[in-house]
Design a protein around this ligand. Structure first.
Ligand code: ATP
Ligand code: MG
Length: 382
């Protein structure tokens, strides 16, 4: 008999011929995630198992954050021939559980000497007799389900922990996330990573107008995201020179939009370097002047790869809820300034004219500005 963690996958289940590819990726991601806990990870019979880990509860919580995992449960693996022993172990497992329960047997070994209804009946009766003072049976709406799976071995468990779902990171290609210190972009990154996309983050920093603390806040956010994203490389791009030149040479009401167009161009340059095929932002229609339909069109236009905006139809209140759930809200709410809040125009254009933007941009040495910014980016692996 041994204690282990049994991991179930979610959407991979829908895959056809390429399911093994997704399964291998899932096993790799689980292995990386639980490395600090030691132990063995292996794939068997459409489940991922983890054994011999230290701190089973900590390991369980960690594995529930791996994209591609649907749920995980602490389980006991036993030889299946000794049904008496299975009953005793099940009874021990239910000793600290109160309320109503039922047994749910699944028998993939069809030659097993008891069929599922018979296992349910015998095991239920045994557990009830041993724990009568705190358990009763309710087969329709039980508070607890005692599961027993008869495979090549028998597996027993009574607590299932829901996990994050999604697809294993790395199976959905790569994208570059424009990561600010705000609430939205970490959530946007999380959503895309959850679909199996490996992210590289790009952050624009306007030192000394934005502080060291503002940069550290973004790296802290990246650190939180990295738990889900299997590590995260962050390009911290110096943006002061570009912002100063835009401020000096371009019409005031267009400075924000031109700045955002530069953000897109630079992010795309970095994306190509990293083999990424899309950009991700935390924009949502109508949130601020640079996110009206017209403004979004002007920033979209400079990118030659798809720009994913997973929050496009989300209300701020819903984004905040999401941020709390994934653990980024508190850090995002720290007060440090973002480069977007430096040199903000008094009246940003909400219905921008393309000709005005182009005229403003013609006064800038675009290629040189972009190249210098990318060259001088600081790369931080979190
Ligand atoms: P958040 O910053 O959380 O996204 P916000 O409402 O402050 O929310 P904006 O400042 O308008 O959003 O920025 C829109 C998007 O532009 C951000 O979601 C992010 O993807 C990108 N962005 C803004 N500032 C930066 C920055 N300093 N570095 C990288 N990307 C940025
Ligand atoms: Mg922001």
């Amino acid at each position: 008999m041994r204690e282990l963690i049994m991991v179930r996958y979610g959407e991979i289940y829908l895959k056809g011929l390429n399911r093994p590819y997704f399964m291998r990726a899932l096993v790799s991601r689980v292995k990386e995630a639980v490395k600090p806990f030691g132990g063995n990870v292996w794939l068997h019979d459409a489940r991922v198992f983890i054994s011999d880990m230290k701190d089973r509860q900590g390991c369980l919580e960690r594995v529930c954050k791996v994209f591609g995992v649907h749920s995980a449960c602490p389980a006991v693996e036993m030889e299946k021939d000794d049904f008496e022993a299975i009953c005793r172990e099940a009874s021990r497992m239910m000793a600290d559980v109160n309320g109503t329960f039922k047994v749910e047997a699944r028998r993939s070994d069809k030659r097993y000497f008891l069929d599922s209804p018979e296992i349910n009946r015998r095991l239920g009766e045994y557990v009830l007799t041993e724990n009568e003072d705190h358990l009763s049976v309710d087969v329709h709406h039980p508070e607890h389900i005692l599961s027993v799976e008869i495979r090549d071995k028998a597996y027993l468990y009574c607590r299932v922990y829901p996990a994050v779902g999604g697809m294993p990171v790395g199976t959905g290609g790569k994208a570059a996330l424009l990561l600010s210190g705000g609430i939205d972009s970490p959530v946007a990154g999380y959503m895309i990573a959850k679909r199996g996309v490996q992210l590289t983050a790009v952050h624009y920093h306007s030192f000394p107008y934005t502080s060291e603390q503002a940069k550290q806040k973004v790296l802290d956010l990246a650190k939180i995201l990295s738990e889900y994203c299997c590590g995260l490389k962050v390009y911290v791009v110096p943006f002061t020179e570009i912002q100063m030149q835009i401020h000096e040479k371009c019409p005031e009401e267009y400075t924000t939009l031109i700045m955002r167009r530069y953000m897109m161009r630079i992010a795309e340059r970095i994306a190509r370097k990293e083999g990424a095929l899309a950009l991700v932002t935390g924009e949502s229609v109508g949130q601020v002047a640079s996110q009206t339909m017209e403004a979004l069109q002007t920033t979209d236009e400079v990118a030659h790869m798809p720009v994913f905006r997973p929050l496009i139809g989300f209300d701020k209140i819903d984004i905040i809820e999401y941020a709390k759930k994934i653990g980024t809200y508190e850090t995002s709410s720290l007060p440090y300034e973002d480069c977007c809040t430096v040199f903000t125009p008094r009246h940003p254009a909400t219905k921008p004219k393309m000709a005005k933007i182009l005229e403003g941009e013609s006064k800038l040495d675009q290629e040189q500005l972009i190249e210098t910014a990318v060259e001088n980016a600081e790369i931080v692996e979190v």
